[in-house]
Design a protein. Structure first.
Length: 167
């Protein structure tokens, strides 16, 4: 990939918010993924509704949506955006992985019609949902691992479409 100039710095190297005034308004979408690895017994508690703090995946879903909406409050150079959609999906893998851990995979899809993309909102949504799962289950399993969080795809804007390649 050719070198691209970093846009969040001015000529003197100081941080700045990118000026999007002259950018076109386009439909934009970003999808991010992440995971939480846990003891199979912890997953059973979640599935059976026995976590004392409540319905873990319902709370994580709302937390992820809230995280997407609050991204500019957390990431200094992000623009406040009018999000038109945020969808959170969870996929449960009960069969233990190579470490003997069950996995909850998290996917966040975020949309807007605007002058800048929603990649950071999607990544924040996944991160906040994963942290919420950890918070709600930490009394039962402090050994949970938050897995790789990454951008899967994005569309819209001057840079066009991005699809993550195979790892």
């Amino acid at each position: 990939m050719p070198y691209q100039k970093l846009t969040h710095f001015d000529e003197s190297g100081r941080a700045k918010m990118v000026d999007v005034t002259d950018k076109s308004v386009t439909d934009r979408k970003a999808v991010a993924n992440g995971s939480v690895h846990m003891k199979p017994e912890t997953l059973q508690l979640i599935q059976q509704g026995k976590v004392k703090k409540g319905d873990v995946l319902s709370v994580a879903q709302v937390a992820g949506i809230m995280g997407a909406k609050r991204t500019p409050d957390l990431i200094p150079m992000c623009h406040p955006l009018m999000l038109t959609g945020v969808n959170m999906d969870f996929n449960i893998e009960e069969k233990p992985d190579e470490r003997g851990l069950a996995v909850i995979s998290i996917t966040a899809s975020v949309k807007t019609k605007g002058q800048t993309g929603v990649e950071m909102e999607a990544l924040t949504a996944v991160s906040v949902a994963a942290l919420t799962i950890y918070d709600m289950c930490k009394a039962a399993d402090k050994d949970m691992i938050l897995g790789e969080i990454f951008l899967s795809s994005k569309s819209g804007g001057k840079s066009g479409t991005y699809e993550r390649g195979g790892d």
